[in-house]
Design a protein around this ligand. Structure first.
Ligand code: 5MY
Ligand code: ADP
Ligand code: MG
Ligand code: MG
Length: 315
């Protein structure tokens, strides 16, 4: 990266443009101190003041959704082309739609004799009629999962539903993506990417749906209620026993998606089909997720920042 004043600085300043809630959850003292010990100062950008008045920055990292912010960032970037912006707003935008976010996955062609990585069958629906047509067109049967098409960080974008029959399609808030529900043993793998650094953790997920539940459940069940469904309680800790994905898969998926998406900061939710152990499915990709939930996030994230300020970050 270019050097301010033509000299290699002894300290670096990285600006963060984040919602106040994210400043609190992400910019914890432990991270600030760790980065400081590596000569990097982490600075929350004041969103009420123009960016250029807050210079110098050696890089800017952002997660804000308003068009005004994007406009301000584009303008700033045009006048300060040597300051890396992480990441390009257009590339981030692709993750704000649950169809385009998964577009790159099949193109990676990650498959061999032991594993295959794909996305669940899915169709976009604007109303009940197009939902039925969409399900038919991709040969999907109930139960399906309905997700708001927009994944724009709003609370409603996380309101998902399990849909057990046609009646259930009536109560959805369209537009949605109707997606194949895949039993996966109650565990989701979260692959976190920060530049060339990739790591994976396992988290508790939705419990599997039994044949009996498929017969008995009707309509649409919002997600928050699913864990209270009869029969799912005893599966609560089931995710604990699920084997982690092979390291090669984690690193190849992280690296491949980083390149294909043109993004440095994201995580990928992956499940493994309980009825076909070869089959891994990418179900969600999130921009600048909650890294603070990672063990040792201070080291993980600071290593990425060191690459950035030393010009070793290539995407
Ligand atoms: O707040 P956290 O730590 O739960 O992070 C959220 C992420 O959780 P995760 O790290 O994947 O467990 C969360 O991931 P999921 O969509 O829940 O898989 C989102 O990235 C969320 O951002 P947004 O609401 O989609 O803009 C993230 O929220 P923000 O922190 O960006 O508001
Ligand atoms: N196709 C699917 N089959 C089974 N479970 C799923 C599927 N898609 C999502 N889930 C479950 O729903 C959770 C939330 O879905 P996700 O697509 O990650 O939305 P969000 O953006 O709100 O995190 C996942 O962590 C997983 O437990
Ligand atoms: Mg998710
Ligand atoms: Mg998400």
């Amino acid at each position: 990266m270019s050097e301010i004043g033509g000299q290699s600085p002894s300290r670096y300043r990285v600006g963060f443009a984040l919602e106040p809630k994210k400043v609190q959850s992400f910019l914890q003292n432990s991270l600030i101190d760790h980065a400081k010990n590596h000569a990097i100062e982490l600075i929350p950008i004041d969103l009420t003041t123009a960016i250029h008045q807050q210079l110098p920055f050696h890089s800017i990292i952002h997660k804000l959704h308003s068009p005004q912010w994007t406009q301000q960032l584009r303008h700033f970037s045009l006048h300060n082309p040597s300051i890396p912006i992480i990441d390009p707003p257009d590339a981030v935008d692709r993750l704000h739609d649950r169809v385009t976010m998964l577009d790159s996955v099949p193109k990676l062609s990650l498959q061999n004799d032991v594993v295959s990585v794909s996305v669940p069958k899915q169709a976009v629906a604007n109303d009940e009629r197009t939902a039925i047509e969409g399900l038919d067109s991709v040969n999907l049967r109930f139960p399906v999962i309905a997700k708001p098409l927009a994944a724009d960080g709003s609370a409603s974008s996380h309101n998902l539903c399990l849909v057990f029959d046609r009646e259930g399609l009536k109560s959805l808030n369209y537009p949605v993506v109707v997606q194949e529900f895949v039993n996966h043993g109650g565990a989701v793998f979260k692959i976190y990417v920060a530049g060339r650094h990739v790591t994976c953790v396992r988290r508790k997920s939705l419990a599997d749906i039994t044949q009996e539940e498929i017969k008995n459940l009707k309509g649409a069940v919002p997600f928050s209620q699913v864990s209270n469904m009869k029969g799912s309680r005893e599966q609560e800790e089931e995710g604990d026993g699920v084997e982690m994905p092979p390291e090669g898969l984690v690193s190849e998926l992280g690296r491949g998606l980083r390149e294909a998406l043109g993004l440095n900061l994201f995580n990928v939710d992956v499940i493994r089909d309980a009825n076909d152990e070869k089959r891994y499915l990418v179900i969600d990709i999130n921009y600048f997720p909650g890294y603070a939930k990672l063990p040792c996030y201070e080291t993980f994230f600071t290593n990425f920042l060191l690459d950035v300020v030393h010009g070793k970050n290539t995407v």
